[in-house]
Design a protein around this ligand. Structure first.
Ligand SMILES: *[C@@H]1O[C@H](CO)[C@@H](O)[C@H](O)[C@H]1NC(C)=O
Ligand SMILES: *[C@@H]1O[C@H](CO)[C@@H](O)[C@H](O)[C@H]1NC(C)=O
Length: 386
């Protein structure tokens, strides 16, 4: 009995010891939450604060998905083709601009059950019939900066069949070619002062910065490399994919094949943080949530073997990184069309609208947040590297 009392006292005194630094007991770093069930290739997250929806796409399945922040439910429509990107319209939150193969289409959808009309606004890159739209965003004026990617086979993209386009209300039929040729157009972001634009052509392994003139909607001829994966050989793996920016002008770069988001200061070119994500192929990121302080991250499982899928059971899901202690800039909406104008039934066979609204039973499993412990996240990332 005496021994027990002494032992108890020893434990008690250790527990009360002031020598243990608070950081050992109170972990206050970022943590990753899986917020949806997986799809094959999630990409293009876009937070719409008007509806508290995080839109994203499931590219090869033609899926356009809406993650409802407050109900934690996901709704989906399926289009006939490859869908990417998705940008909501400025003048009507129930209208989305979606890339479908090589076309810009307008889709009337309330993000839930009400699917309206659809219309093809423009089809581009006739010279590259097998290319398709890839990453794309709207600038502050609502112009669309949408790029394309050449045909993909066995993880290899045919080089120089991509183009970065800029669409305005006036040039929809004949959009401006901003950069060509490129191979895999990705990663657009504008800084807070709106005088710099960041861009990634994935196989170059670089993030580049252009001077940006918002009034004219133009970028400088010259560019400056702000991040190059080659400088981290042996320390980081993967390819730079989608990207976003915070209100202190730090970039968050998704590493496809690298299981992480990189936080980079483009002015100092410093790598500030590696945020491990429990999926190997991380495709893009965007800040959202009512305070724009949650980093939503999209991932893919499309290139994973059956064995790799066992390692990454959550690959293809939408993740939320919380407690990053950073805030994003609001995503710009599209100002090139306000809705469908030709309400003709021309597209009857082009789309296969399929509203997926989880039944209560499904929504439980689909949407219950799975808190992934940091150690597991780190282990997965280590596994990805070795
Ligand atoms: C998109 O491309 C696929 C594959 O070539 C094709 O089956 C589909 O009809 C196309 N969709 C549209 C809207 O043209
Ligand atoms: C950036 O500049 C380099 C050097 O002039 C050029 O080779 C490259 O194509 C440019 N990148 C883009 C995306 O314009």
């Amino acid at each position: 009995m005496k021994g027990f009392i002494i032992l108890y006292f020893v434990i008690w005194s250790v527990k009360c010891s002031d020598d243990i630094p608070p950081s050992f007991t109170d972990f206050d770093g970022p943590y990753v939450v899986q917020v949806t069930s997986p799809v094959d290739h999630a990409e293009e997250p876009h937070w719409d604060g008007r509806k508290n929806i995080l839109y994203y796409v499931d590219i090869h399945a033609g899926g356009v998905l809406a993650y409802h922040f407050y109900t934690k439910k996901v709704s989906k429509i399926t289009l006939n083709g490859e869908a990417s990107p998705v940008v909501p319209a400025r003048n009507n939150p129930n209208v989305l601009l979606v890339g479908l193969n090589r076309s810009v289409v307008v889709v009337e959808w309330d993000g839930k059950k009400q699917l309206g009309d659809q219309e093809i606004l423009s089809t581009i890159s006739q010279q590259f019939p097998k290319s398709r739209f890839n990453d794309g965003k709207a600038d502050k004026q609502g112009r669309l900066w949408w790029g394309t990617i050449g045909p993909e086979a066995n993880g290899h993209v045919t080089p120089n069949e991509g183009v970065l386009y800029k669409f305005t209300r006036e040039n929809l039929q004949n959009p401006e070619v901003v950069r060509a040729p490129v191979t895999n157009s990705n990663g657009l972001a504008w800084n807070k002062a709106n005088n710099k634009m960041y861009y990634i052509d994935t196989p170059t392994l670089k993030v580049v910065e252009f001077d940006y003139d918002d009034r004219m909607g133009t970028i400088s001829k010259e560019n400056r490399t702000v991040f190059d994966m080659r400088d981290y050989k042996g320390r980081l793996t993967g390819l730079p994919d989608g990207m976003t920016i915070d209100d202190e002008d730090n970039l968050y770069i998704a590493l496809y094949g690298g299981g992480a988001i990189l936080k980079v200061n483009p002015t100092t070119k410093k790598l500030l943080k590696v945020i491990p994500i429990p999926a190997r192929d991380v495709t893009s990121a965007m800040f959202g949530g009512p305070n724009l302080d949650i980093l939503f991250v999209t991932t893919s499982r499309v290139s994973l073997s059956a064995n790799e899928r066992l390692f990454y059971p959550a690959a293809g899901s939408l993740f939320a990184v919380k407690n990053l202690k950073a805030k994003g800039l609001p995503a710009f909406t599209a100002d090139v069309a306000d809705g469908v104008t030709k309400r003709l039934n021309l597209l009857e066979n082009l789309f296969t609208p399929e509203i997926f609204y989880p039944t209560p039973k499904e929504s439980k499993t689909v949407t219950r947040n799975t808190e992934i412990p940091l150690w597991q996240t780190l282990m997965n990332t280590l596994r990805a590297f070795f």
